[in-house]
Design a protein around this ligand. Structure first.
Ligand code: FES
Length: 174
């Protein structure tokens, strides 16, 4: 994903700050950086599931580390989003087992059905489709991650049903 220039409202609520403090407390005072990954998850969850540069700078400030130390982590892991994403993000595994079992065709099918290309979000802000590397569920290929859950042994029919479930608000993300 490319870095976004969309402005993001940053709101470190007392509840979020307390959760961050609790995560930081798991590590020695001079090793606050060790809390970076879980803190990024918490902050992202509280900000519509994405991390603007300004928000990444805020995380650096909270952890008392350099902004580049946050950027390099956020840009490395696909679970951190650098631009606004849809309410439902289909993260298709496209590594070997899933590729052999038709992941690319399935991703194309889904993109065509939603009228977007890989990496894009539908204009109504509902769906994003991205390709990611192995998610460790190779025996259930092809598969995707949606929120905190995996959808496995996918077919075009299952994608049709999943999209309908999302549209009807029947899908649990967390
Ligand atoms: S290759 Fe797709 S989950 Fe491992």
């Amino acid at each position: 994903m490319k870095i976004s220039h969309v402005k993001q409202d940053i709101n470190i609520t007392p509840e979020l700050q307390a959760r961050i403090d609790e995560l930081i407390s798991h590590y020695p005072a001079d090793k606050r950086k060790s809390a970076l990954l879980p803190v990024l998850h918490e902050v992202q969850d509280a900000h519509d599931n994405w991390l603007s540069i300004e928000l990444q700078d805020k995380v650096a400030e909270i952890l008392n580390i350099k902004p580049i130390e946050v950027y390099e982590v956020v840009s490395f892991y696909t679970m951190y989003n650098q631009q606004p994403i849809g309410k439902y993000m289909f993260e298709f595994c496209r590594t070997s087992c899933c590729a052999i079992r038709g992941a690319e065709n399935l991703m194309d099918y889904t993109c065509n059905k939603l009228g977007i290309k890989e990496g894009e979000t539908t204009p109504d802000g509902m769906f994003t489709v991205v390709g990611v590397e192995c998610l460790g569920a190779c025996g259930y290929a092809p598969m995707l991650q949606l929120g905190d859950y995996y959808r496995e042994n996918l077919t075009e029919e299952k994608m049709d049903a999943l999209i309908e479930e999302c549209k009807n608000g029947q899908v649990k993300l967390h």
